[in-house]
Design a protein around this ligand. Structure first.
Ligand code: TXA
Ligand code: MG
Length: 371
């Protein structure tokens, strides 16, 4: 069931929500009651992507998440809170304090698209199924009134991966969730489009030096600028974990973000004219989409048969539109998507991370194609 929830109708004071619109209030209250029942999951909007939430303290609920998504159980889930007080009371039941290394980042970026790894204490209420047996748990406070109100009212830390079927692009609209999970989950809170469009940045401040395990809504530059001394040396995790090394973020070893259409990523290709027409000569795709940003010429100008999709003129705009357009291309019956890459700085790092994972081939204007 899709439950409309208007984010502009919600205000939160001292982690206590109030609603100016009756339907929004009733729907979030219903979802908050349901999500506390063992085995019940609810999809909800965040500022990054839609999440599929269940109680991080209940085995049946966490199992229901993995089952609905068809997700391998060795890929840990992020736990969502609506206040720091909840972290201290419900997650860090012994320490009662978030490690100091995160103080400045939490002050600057919470609520927001930043997930921090916290230690799993002895006797931790967070289930091993949530952490995939690791000795850390990823925690974040989303910056979306619907998510915050749901978590505040249920007073439950919510384990929530992105609400897509495993391997599909993450959902940035309630419709995307419905498309992937209809019939598999009872409720979807529809709070409109997600403004960030890529997932949160996952950081490990317990390691020395600290690591950015997954680039996302907070950039590496922002971590260094605002995190304080330890974060000056933040190490950006490798894009693809190679099979021989221990995988720090298990999510990195799986196929991800894949539309049905094949994705070819172009980097260092200028206006794209030469690289795109050469590449198209070697393919037999019937329907081709061209995802343009700022440098690529329109397909007509290139003289190639393709439909143009505007990704956006800045990396942040590209992040906001990317997953939506990948799904749109599928709906439009596209077989092959040609994407103009961007520089891997600022928000470009997260965008390129997702594009590299979605792509079956990368055409580098400065070198050879790699698969
Ligand atoms: O923006 C987001 O983070 C969204 C919304 C719903 O909050 N959630 C999300 O969850 O993207 P998911 O499950 O699709 O991705 C979680 C990522 C995975 O790559 C996982 O391996 C990593 O976070 N992760 C979670 N807990 C971890 C841990 N304890 N150690 C290392 N990596 C962890
Ligand atoms: Mg995901």
């Amino acid at each position: 069931m899709v439950l409309p929830a208007r984010k502009t109708a919600i205000s939160l004071r001292n982690n206590s929500p109030s609603f100016t619109d009756k339907v929004t209030g009733e729907n979030i209250e219903l979802a908050a009651r349901e999500i506390q029942k063992p085995g019940t999951v609810v999809a909800f909007p965040t500022e990054t992507v839609y999440g599929l939430g269940g109680s991080a303290l209940c085995d049946e609920s966490v199992r229901a998440i993995y089952t609905a998504k068809n997700r391998p159980a060795d890929n840990p889930l992020i736990v969502h809170v609506s206040s720091i007080e909840q972290v201290e009371r419900l997650i860090l039941t012994k320490l009662h304090r978030i490690p100091q290394v995160y103080d400045k980042l939490v002050a600057k970026f919470w609520p927001g698209p930043l997930t921090i790894l916290l230690p799993i204490e002895e006797g931790s209420p967070i289930l091993p199924l949530v952490t995939a047996g690791q000795n850390t748990v990823g925690v974040r406070m989303p910056d979306h009134p619907v998510a915050r109100a749901l978590i505040a009212l249920s007073d439950t830390p919510l384990a929530a991966p992105s609400a897509n079927a495993s391997t599909r692009p993450s959902p940035t609209l309630a419709d995307h969730v419905l498309h992937d999970l209809e019939g598999k989950i009872p409720y979807i809170l529809d709070g409109g489009g997600c403004s960030v469009g890529v997932e949160s940045s996952v950081v490990d401040g317990l390691a020395t030096p600290p690591m950015l395990l997954r680039p996302g809504g907070v950039t590496a530059e922002q971590l260094s600028k605002y995190g304080g001394a330890p974060w000056q040396d933040v190490v950006v995790g490798k894009r693809d974990a190679d099979n021989s090394e221990q995988v720090r973020t298990p999510g990195m070893k799986y196929r991800h973000y894949s539309p049905t259409a094949k994705v070819a990523l172009f980097v260092n290709c200028g206006d794209g004219k030469k690289a795109v027409s050469t590449f198209l000569k070697s393919t037999t795709a019937a329907k081709v989409a061209l995802f343009r940003s700022t440098q690529f010429a329109a397909s007509q100008e290139m003289g190639v048969p393709a439909c143009d999709y505007e990704l956006g003129a800045t990396p942040a705009a590209m992040a906001e539109s990317l997953f939506r357009l990948l799904r749109q291309a599928d709906d439009d019956g596209v077989d092959l998507i040609l994407v103009e890459g961007v520089e891997e700085t600022g928000d470009g790092l997260a965008v390129m991370n997702r594009l590299h994972k979605a792509a079956y081939t990368v055409i580098d204007g400065l070198g050879d194609a790699t698969s």
